[in-house]
Design a binder for this molecule. Sequence first.
Ligand code: TXA
Ligand code: MG
Length: 356
Amino acid sequence: MAHNTTKMNKQTRVFKITSSNLSEVIRECADIIQRGGTVAIPTETVYGLGANALDPIAVNRIFYAKGRPADNPLIVHVASVQQLEELVLEIPPKALSLIEAFWPGPLTLILKRKGIVPDITTGGLDTVAVRMPSDIVARELIRVAGKPIAAPSANISGRPSPTNAAHVLYDLDGKIDAVIDAGNTCIGVESTVIDMSGEKPAILRPGYVSAKKIEEIIGEVEIGYNNHLTDPPGIVRSPGMKYTHYSPSATVMLLEGTQDHVSNKIREMYAELTCKGDRVGLLVTDMALSSLTNDIVYLGAKDEPEEVARNLFLGLRALDEKGVNIILADGSFTHEGVGTAVMNRLRKASEMIIQL
Ligand code: TXA
Ligand code: MG
């Protein structure tokens, strides 16, 4: 089938993976990739919008579908270290140690790129971000297509990242050629991004692989991302107001502090805001708050950051679909491990952070 590349609205094909059709789906989707099309693919972190990373016209379709600013570079996904070697000038020893420890998996390395990687893929930078996903569907697609696949999260720019095919279709139906539906992703937040191209390794985005685990392998790393917080308790207006990230349509207000303080403040704010006529949704770790409203999503236990990570983007989107205009988000869960990444995403999604 010749797929449509000129009209704005295309028919997005949905390939649902079953116990028997994996290789058939992979073959069809590899064909779309080879012909310069876009396929949303499951990975262990979030769904990505994939295209041939070495084909500038294909990569341009990703930017166009997402409405992504051209200076924001993409992550290139590979299925082997040999494929990585084709993209980068060198793999420094510490980068190799990280690859041995964490690939395939949710760790993205920034390395100096070769000329084969088009400018559009890297936003004109002389580096390229690369990771090898652990998800079998993603890796098989890359292997069968025989191309490295550029894939940013498969959402409209600024919205929460998608953790299932329904989220992808909600944002991108009619704008991409296909989506592979393999159910919910198992991690729920994006990969850790570490810059290995300079003198000192620097974490540019926290993710599933924590700084602590990375330091166990390569020693000290710099933290190269902004936490958007001031030290003393108070109200912080997020820079998310300038650049929106991970944002549902509703306004997110994040409450940080101990569970007791946060739960009490949520009750108080819920009462005040609903009294003024707002429809308020709750994203919480305290089950006891379910007496307040049905517009509530339970993130998980506050000492189980992996559970909270899986439910974060899912919860933001679910509350949006209920039609709330304000979301009170409970930030009292542990900030250890992947909790650091979850807090980073929640802070960026929030228009207001209240520290108690
Ligand atoms: O888990 C993930 O990483 C998901 C799945 C689909 O693999 N992908 C993802 O891609 O989150 P995206 O495009 O939403 O985020 C890529 C991040 C952006 O913050 C981008 O600025 C950064 O990586 N990045 C990409 N290339 C870079 C480079 N050469 N230098 C610095 N940052 C880079
Ligand atoms: Mg993204």
